[in-house]
Design a protein around this ligand. Structure first.
Ligand SMILES: Nc1nc2c(ncn2[C@@H]2O[C@H](COP(=O)(O)OP(=O)(O)OP(=O)(O)O)[C@@H](O)[C@H]2O)c(=O)[nH]1
Length: 416
């Protein structure tokens, strides 16, 4: 099923900021060399030839069971993102809004979390991780809480601070959490969400961020741990800031990020495109963008476009029985804004979509853009292929290790 529609939207987008798509471009794949910038004609090709779906799967489920390490047995070790913070700081709301499409007002009725809630997020081969939502009252000194085991397999630790509340206690908890986690695993990226900023004025937000930043760094320096780096984000579930912040956290866990960025740089510089994002459609997390700066307004427009595409697909699209989605890898959408900007969305896989910003004049060369997009898709498939191969060999290795272990323990028990 291919969805093609055009929406004339009235909106104002500042596209005057100079974007320099050519910076930091380097060839990463042989296939990329086929991207062309001179030709201006539509080229025919068979899009179905490259079936990226074979490498994608969707699994979004909240599990109440106790955390375990079964994934490493399968060879697929998903990076873990921990959501920590004081009670009622907004941890579960963040998870529900970003990954379950819960409307922000519904979070008012969320019950307090009383045990660790683990959730697998695998929207595509690139977006694959686990989120562990911790109850606010977790006690590190409780002997039943094995924090070493938890921090050892963690990729990112998000600490949520309620900015509308007094944050003195939250800061001492943050310090305790970060120092403990760092001692167990210095590779964790520490992310601090200064949350619920929707109730604050712009000046107030900046002031709070500066104050929190200063206090945490002073505490770390006093403890002789100034090498720990914390990243700060101002977030709210009532706007796009939470999606943007989560995008940045997830990007740090994607080892192929530099390759994806290079591919996007090459794609836009050869297609007359000003900005391109690679989105995980389900969560509206962007997993990569070109090297030009991201402004919030552009990101919000992308999110709005994805919402429009999903809504129209749900109403008019035929459900894809295989994945249960109303859109598929051939879906695309074009929105013309009234300031000569065009937003072009094209699905890369069932779960990933590219959203591009370009001027009307550049869009006249749609044939060239589509051809370059086709090459981009091929190059991405190569990156997927490498990843799949690595995972398969890891799986094989682990299976061998396990069968050896079982054999040894079997021999031991029979000799007793
Ligand atoms: N104004 C505002 N309120 C928020 C925001 N995020 C969450 N909340 C509210 O904060 C309250 C607590 O949210 P929860 O998600 O249950 O908090 P929690 O950290 O999971 O709480 P525990 O499970 O007790 O640890 C709810 O009433 C939410 O509606 C936000 O960005 N802005």
């Amino acid at each position: 099923m291919a969805l093609t529609y055009q929406v004339n939207a009235v909106g104002k987008l500042d596209t005057t900021s100079s974007l320099n798509p050519k910076q930091n471009v380097s060839m990463t794949s042989e296939k990329v060399s086929v991207l062309c910038g001179e030709e201006d004609e539509a080229l025919e090709y068979d899009d179905d030839e490259y079936d990226l779906e074979a490498f994608s799967d969707a699994d979004l489920s909240c599990e109440d069971r106790a955390p375990g390490f079964s994934d490493s047995v399968n060879g697929v070790v998903k990076p873990r993102i921990l959501l920590m913070g004081l009670r009622r700081s907004g941890k579960s709301s963040i998870q529900k809004v970003v990954f379950h499409k819960m409307s922000p007002s519904e979070t008012l009725f969320l019950e307090s979390t009383n045990k660790i809630c683990r959730e697998d997020v695998s929207s595509s081969s690139f977006v694959s991780f686990q989120i562990w939502d911790f109850p606010g009252q977790i006690d590190f000194f409780d002997p039943t809480f094995d924090y070493e085991m938890i921090f050892r397999g963690t990729g990112a630790l998000i600490f949520v601070i309620d900015s509308q509340d007094d944050y003195v206690e939250a800061l001492s908890r943050l310090h305790l959490t970060v120092t403990r986690a760092y001692k167990v695993n210095p590779d964790i990226s520490f992310e601090v969400f200064i949350h619920k900023v929707d109730g604050l004025s712009d000046d107030h937000k900046i002031e709070k961020q500066r104050d929190i930043h200063k206090r945490t760094n002073t505490d770390l320096t006093d403890a002789g741990l100034e090498q720990i780096h914390l990243s700060f984000y101002l977030t709210s579930i009532y706007d796009h800031s939470i999606f943007e912040a989560f995008s940045k956290v997830v990007q740090k866990l994607i080892p192929q990020l530099p390759t994806l960025e290079n591919l996007l740089n090459i794609f836009i510089s050869n297609s007359g495109i000003e900005k391109a994002f690679l989105f995980d459609v389900g969560s509206k997390i962007y997993i990569a963008t070109d090297s030009s700066p991201v402004d919030m307004q552009t990101y919000e427009l992308c999110c709005d476009m994805i919402d429009v595409v999903i809504d129209i697909s749900c109403i008019y699209g035929m459900p894809n029985t295989e994945a249960g989605l109303p859109h598929d890898k051939d879906s695309m959408a074009i929105i013309h804004l009234n300031n000569t900007t065009v937003i072009y969305l094209k699905e890369v896989t069932k779960f990933l979509a590219m959203v591009c910003f370009l001027r009307k004049e550049s869009f006249a060369r749609k044939g060239l853009i589509d051809y370059n997009f086709h090459c981009f898709k091929k190059a991405i498939q190569e990156v997927f292929d490498v990843r799949v191969k690595v995972q398969q060999s890891r799986k094989l290795l682990n299976q061998r290790r396990w069968s050896k272990l079982t054999l040894t323990s079997g021999v031991c028990s029979s000799t007793h």
